[in-house]
Design a protein around this ligand. Structure first.
Ligand SMILES: [Zn+2]
Ligand SMILES: [Zn+2]
Length: 136
């Protein structure tokens, strides 16, 4: 399906073709730190359909758990997490784009959870937490 989106401030926009069956949650501690939250939600966009405007800032993070170096891209202005990919020059084979920046996020339901061993223990019981329909 066609997906597109933008960071929180609009400096970075991205678009591409992605398979909604490939949406995943990542509970790894790197995703907890980069989101400032409990987990990341991402969808891979093949490199040949990936388009972007704006220039993200990047850094290389070697994930402690997997040992794989990943290039992490963020908006330099608002700090939104945009994607991660394999390090290297030019277009990469795939970009793991953050679902929260996509306009289609309501249609992109996670199909699997990875690194569940580092999941925050409260995420399984989130439905039991008191809910306010707007800010309390
Ligand atoms: Zn931004
Ligand atoms: Zn992760």
């Amino acid at each position: 399906m066609r997906i597109d989106g933008a960071c929180h401030c609009g400096t970075i926009t991205i678009e591409g073709e992605a398979d909604p069956e490939k949406v995943s949650i990542c509970h790894c501690t790197d995703c907890q730190a980069r989101t400032g939250s409990a987990f990341g939600v991402s969808i891979p966009i093949p490199g040949d359909t990936f388009r972007m405007t704006g220039e993200p800032t990047t850094y290389l993070k070697t994930t402690a758990d997997s040992g794989n170096p990943r290039l992490q891209a963020f908006c330099p202005r608002c700090g939104s997490s945009i994607y991660s990919t394999t390090p290297g020059e030019g277009r990469q084979a795939s970009y793991m784009v953050r679902v929260g920046i996509l306009w289609q996020r309501d249609q992109l339901l996670p199909k699997r959870q990875n690194w569940y061993r580092s999941a925050q223990q409260w995420v399984t019981g989130i439905d039991a937490i008191h809910k306010n329909q707007k800010q309390a």
